[in-house]
Design a protein around this ligand. Structure first.
Ligand code: ASP
Ligand code: MG
Length: 413
C-alpha cells in the first residue's frame, strides 16, 4: 500500500471547521487504503502570538525557553486533529517531535535534523493507526526541545517522508501550488504543474515563501516527490520532482523577490590577504547568513566590500563590524535596509544564452538601477531599491512571457 505524508499548514488548521475539513480529507485518503502520516503546523497566527508574548517580557528571550514556548503551538493542533479524527471513527494518535524520534543539533530556533528514529511511527502504521505529528520541533541530544526555524513543519514532513521512504509528501498550504511569481503582485502569474528540485531550492531560498528551504534540500537529497497543493479545493497542485527535458526547454521558470535583506558596505577595507577571512569568520560565528558578496577593485591599498544579510541580522552585523573595523582599520560601515533582491530562476539558463542581457535591459528600460548582481548556473539575482520591487517583478515576468491568460483563484476568506 502506498505511504503518503500529508502536511497541513497553519491556515488549513486555523479553526475547528478547517480542522474538520482536514480530517475529512485525511479520511477520504485513508478510505482508499493508503497509509497516511499527518504533520501539522500551529494554527494560523499562533506562533506569532507566542513570539509577541515573549517579546513583552524581554527583547532577547532565552533561546531554549523560546523553543519550549513555540513548540506548544503544534501540540495544540495535533491533539485537536487527532480528536476530530477519532470522533469520525478513525484510529488516530498525536505525537510530538520527540515521540517520533526527531533528533536535531543544538542550534535553538534554527535547529537542523540529524537523525529520525521513526520506530514509533512504523509501529503505529503497522497497527493501522493514523499518526498526527507535530511539525517544526525536535529534541537535541540533551532532550531539550528545539525548533526548526519559521516554516519548519515543511521540513518535518519531508524529513519523515524520507525516513519512512514514503511514496509522496503532500504539502497543503494556502495557495494551490507554486506560481511563476507572487500572484499578489502579478495577476496573471501561472501555477506550474511541476518544477525541478534545483529550481525550487533556488526559488525558496530567494524569497518564494511556499516551502521552507531546508525542506527542499531534504527532498532533493533523498529524492522525495513533493506535491504543493491547497486543502480548500480539489486541485492538482505543483509537483516538485526530478528535472526533465520539458523543464529545460523553458528559458526561465519563475521570478522571486526578497525584501527582507539589508546591504552592508565596508568602506576603505585594507586590501591584503586575510582581511575578508577575518570579517566573514566573525560574522559566521554569530550565525548571520551572508549572501551576495561584492568586492571592488583595490586602489591605493584599499577596497570596498559589500554584501547582503537578512534584515533581522542587520543591527547585529553592524555592531559587530563596527567593533571589528577599528581593529582591522576599516574606514566606515554602512547599512542600507531599503533594498530588495529580485531573482529569475530556471534550469533552462544552462543551455540558453541571453538571459542576463534580457534581464538587465528590461530593468534599465524601466529606469531601475541595479546595485548588486549575483548569478549561478540557474539563477540571476539583482539587488535594487525596494520601492521598485513590484515594478521589477512585473517587468521581468512580462519580459520572459511567464504569464497565463487566466488570473489564479484566491483562497476563500
Ligand atoms: N508554526 C511554525 C511557524 O509558524 C512552523 C510552521 O508553520 O511550519 O513558523
Ligand atoms: Mg509554511
Amino acid at each position: 500500500m502506498p505511504l503518503i505524508v500529508q502536511k497541513y499548514g497553519g491556515t488549513s488548521v486555523g479553526n475547528l471547521d478547517r480542522i474538520r475539513n482536514v480530517a475529512k480529507r485525511i479520511a477520504k485518503r485513508a478510505e482508499t487504503g493508503d497509509n497516511i502520516v499527518v504533520v501539522v503546523s500551529a494554527m494560523t497566527g499562533e506562533t506569532d502570538r507566542l513570539i509577541q508574548l515573549a517579546q513583552k517580557i524581554t527583547s532577547r528571550p532565552n533561546h531554549r525557553e523560546m523553543d519550549m514556548l513555540l513548540s506548544t503551538g503544534e501540540r495544540v493542533t495535533i491533539a485537536l486533529l487527532a480528536m476530530t479524527l477519532q470522533e469520525m471513527g478513525w484510529p488516530a494518535q498525536s505525537f510530538t517531535g520527540r515521540q517520533v524520534g526527531i533528533v536535531t543539533d543544538n542550534v535553538h530556533s534554527q535547529a537542523r535534523i540529524e537523525e529520525i528514529q521513526a520506530d514509533r511511527l512504523r509501529d503505529a502504521l503497522s497497527k493501522k493507526i493514523i499518526p498526527v505529528v507535530a511539525g517544526f520541533q525536535g529534541i537535541n541530544r540533551n532532550s531539550d526541545v528545539t525548533t526548526l526555524g519559521r516554516g519548519g513543519s515543511d521540513t518535518t514532513a519531508v524529513a519523515l517522508a524520507a525516513a519512512l521512504k514514503a511514496d509522496l509528501c503532500e504539502i497543503y498550504t494556502d495557495v494551490d501550488g507554486v506560481y511563476t511569481t507572487d500572484p499578489n503582485i502579478v495577476s496573471n502569474a501561472r501555477r506550474m504543474h511541476k518544477i525541478s528540485y534545483e529550481e525550487m531550492l533556488e526559488m525558496a531560498s530567494l524569497g518564494a515563501k511556499v516551502l521552507q528551504t531546508r525542506s527542499v534540500e531534504f527532498a532533493m537529497k533523498y529524492r522525495v516527490p513533493v506535491c504543493v497543493r491547497t486543502s480548500f479545493y480539489d486541485r492538482p497542485g505543483t509537483l516538485v520532482t526530478e528535472e526533465d527535458v520539458e523543464m529545460e526547454q523553458e528559458l526561465v521558470s519563475g521570478i522571486t523577490y526578497d525584501k527582507n535583506q539589508a546591504k552592508v558596505t565596508l568602506v576603505g577595507v585594507p586590501d591584503r590577504p586575510g582581511i575578508a577571512s577575518t570579517i566573514f569568520e566573525a560574522i559566521s560565528k554569530e550565525n548571520v547568513n551572508v549572501d551576495m558578496i561584492i568586492q571592488n577593485v583595490g586602489q591605493a591599498g584599499l577596497t570596498d566590500l559589500s554584501f547582503t544579510v537578512p534584515q533581522t541580522d542587520a543591527v547585529q552585523a553592524k555592531t559587530l563590524l563596527t567593533e571589528l573595523s577599528e581593529e582591522i582599520g576599516v574606514a566606515e560601515v554602512l547599512v542600507t535596509e531599503n533594498i530588495a533582491k529580485v531573482s529569475i530562476v530556471g534550469v533552462g539558463m544552462r543551455s540558453h544564452t541571453g538571459v542576463a542581457a534580457k534581464t538587465f535591459t528590461s530593468l534599465a528600460a524601466e529606469g531601475i538601477n541595479i546595485m548588486m548582481i549575483s548569478t549561478s548556473e540557474i539563477k540571476i539575482s539583482c539587488v535594487i531599491e525596494s520601492k521598485y520591487t513590484e515594478l521589477a517583478v512585473r517587468t521581468l515576468h512580462d519580459a520572459f512571457e511567464l504569464g497565463a491568460d487566466r488570473p489564479p483563484a484566491k483562497e476563500p476568506a
